[in-house]
Design a protein around this ligand. Structure first.
Ligand SMILES: [Fe+2]
Length: 247
């Protein structure tokens, strides 16, 4: 029984104008590459966490084929929420779980047990600019208004994450894997409220996605930070091979 994760599938079976091919070779037939890798690596006893940005469909009727594809993947599938998942109203996660009962699990601002671990997830948020650069490409300033807006969204997501940890702790869990869609820090930060919460709950691992395209791979923490393992699992970064989280 193993736990795997990957994010940013950005499926577009019903909105072909959104196909990701223009973002480079790694995206060509990425759906087929990913299925093939899953069949080689993931068994039906395993769990696969899909870390947000599943589909370009804006409403459920535009996502049906994408969900069929996800349901056809091996293993138990847990979906967390990304910034492009318009089908997913954050206040109606229970409804999604009812609709896909026995097929898919949707996790946002809550936890799901995995052995003696609690898998804790929320979308997260980070300020992504606009930044102003000097002639050498170094950040010298940023949009204060956008930064203030981002701060509010960070606060909302932070509260959701606190709630998720509190529920897991109340249920008796002491071991945690934390999932965010957004990176835990932005390019200006060394740490954030999300990394401090990971420290506070002594989580084993922090998993995030969202940073796709080579220029974004080093936006945030990767590897060991305060004794916690941080992993970027965006699909193109992983070349569509799900990342093993726990053996
Ligand atoms: Fe994203």
């Amino acid at each position: 029984m193993s736990l795997y994760a990957i994010g940013d599938l950005h499926l577009s079976y019903q909105v072909p104008n959104k196909k990701m091919d223009k973002f480079g070779k790694v995206w060509h037939d990425h759906e087929e590459k990913f299925v093939e890798n899953c069949r080689k690596m993931v068994s039906d006893e395993d769990t696969l966490v899909l870390v947000g940005d599943h589909t370009w469909g804006r409403k459920m009727s535009e996502c049906e084929e994408d969900f069929k594809y996800i349901m056809s993947l091996p293993g138990k599938k847990i979906l967390t929420r990304g910034n492009h998942d318009m089908f997913w109203d954050s206040h109606k996660t229970d409804k999604l779980n009812e609709q896909f009962a026995g097929k898919l699990q949707f996790l946002q601002g809550n936890f799901i047990p995995y052995g003696d671990y609690a898998l804790v997830a929320t979308k997260g948020y980070t300020f992504e600019g606009p930044f102003y650069l000097d002639s050498r490409g170094r950040i010298i300033d940023w949009d204060e208004k956008e930064a203030a807006k981002a701060e509010k969204l960070v606060e909302r997501e932070y509260k959701r994450l606190v709630e998720a940890f509190e529920k897991a702790a109340e249920a008796g869990y002491k071991k945690y894997i934390m999932f965010l869609h957004y990176p835990p820090t932005n390019v200006l930060q060394k740490e954030s409220c999300f990394t401090r919460l990971a420290d506070q709950y002594k989580v084993d691992q922090v998993i995030y996605a969202h940073c796709h395209g080579e220029a974004r791979y080093d936006d945030s923490i990767k590897g060991d930070f305060h004794g916690i393992k941080y992993s970027l699992v965006s699909g193109d970064y992983l070349k569509w091979k799900p990342q093993l989280i726990i053996q």
